[in-house]
Design a binder for this molecule. Structure first.
Ligand SMILES: Nc1ncnc2c1ncn2[C@@H]1O[C@H](COP(=O)(O)OP(=O)(O)O)[C@@H](O)[C@H]1O
Ligand SMILES: CC(C)(COP(=O)(O)O)[C@@H](O)C(=O)O
Length: 280
């Protein structure tokens, strides 16, 4: 009998998005574009009498994850979950979706639930929408690439391109996703700011996202300072949605961002969530 299962899911930096309200969570989500990144969440799941979730980031642990606990309850299982990530949580790296996809992928194998990848993603997406922790990250992180989503939910149209060059990011602090998604005023500004096309490449993605960020009114003063430094160095850059951070591309991006904090050098992921191992 499998007693431990371990899985990984990539994170996702959303560049621009527009909420799409459906009749239920499966038809609710967002359209937009983002980058599935090679860093994300590793989740270790073991059998347990009661569900408990331990969230570990760079050796600091916290307890509890409402979206993950919700998803396990909906599956009718109890488990001990430990998620691990290096990137900051709540900073627009799509780690809530990554935690859900990794945990549910491992749980599916641990309890031999026989869920398809679609069913795992559908449950992760449902938890994101119900908890307002995300709208399009699960659909994006089912595979890799710079993604352009043209419909809500995990079955809608999505295109993926795979640039080779790295993306650089710095986080200046969290921006609770739910606080923005719960604001009708912010959602209206975001909808009005939405660009009407998919990105051609990574630099074009940065450009489209920057125009969206400027029109959305979401740029905080500390983020503005970083963006202005990138502009002065002609480095394509924008705000991580939804987080108080900046992503940038090009040769000078890492050097410019390093003036403002720890720089994360990220690659475009080539794949989505996957099982790492099971142990008896
Ligand atoms: N690595 C993680 N492990 C477990 N739960 C997580 C993780 N990251 C986020 N979550 C859960 O999702 C909620 C919302 O996170 P969110 O602000 O959307 O983060 P992000 O912007 O990184 O997706 C968090 O309050 C937490 O409950
Ligand atoms: C931007 C966001 C709504 C939230 O992204 P995060 O804060 O990373 O969970 C994303 O899910 C999207 O639909 O593009």
């Amino acid at each position: 009998m499998v007693r431990t299962a371990v899985a990984f899911s990539p994170g996702h930096i959303s560049g621009y998005f527009r909420r799409v309200e459906g009749d239920d969570p499966s038809t609710t989500g967002s359209v937009g574009a983002g980058v599935v990144i090679d860093e994300g969440v590793r989740s270790t799941v073991v059998r347990a009498a009661e569900t408990n979730v331990r969230v570990v980031r760079q050796d600091l642990a916290s307890a509890g994850s409402p979206p993950v606990e919700y998803a396990l309850e909906r599956l009718g299982v109890t488990a001990g979950v430990t998620t691990e990530c290096r990137l900051p949580i709540g900073a627009g790296f799509g780690l809530s979706a990554a935690a859900l996809l990794a945990t549910l992928t491992a749980t599916n194998h641990l309890f031999d639930l026989g869920l398809s990848e679609d069913e795992v993603a559908a449950r992760a997406h449902e938890a994101e929408v119900i908890h307002r922790s995300g709208l399009g990250d699960v659909a994006a992180s089912r595979a890799g690439g710079v993604v352009c989503r043209t419909g809500p939910g995990i079955h809608a149209g999505i295109t993926r391109i795979y640039p080779q060059e790295p993306l650089y990011a710095v986080s200046l602090g969290p921006l609770p996703t739910a606080s923005v998604l719960s604001s009708e005023e912010a959602m209206a500004r975001i909808a009005a700011a939405f660009p009407d096309r998919c990105p051609r490449d990574l630099a074009d993605f940065c450009l489209l996202s920057r125009g969206f960020a400027e029109r959305s009114g979401l740029i905080a003063p500390e983020v503005r300072r970083v963006l202005e430094a990138c502009d002065a160095a002609t480095v394509p850059a924008s705000m991580t949605m939804l987080g108080n951070g900046v992503f940038a591309c090009g040769d000078d991006a890492g050097r410019v961002l390093s003036r403002f904090g720890e720089v994360y050098t990220l690659r475009v992921a080539r794949r989505g969530a996957y099982l790492i191992e099971t142990k008896p």
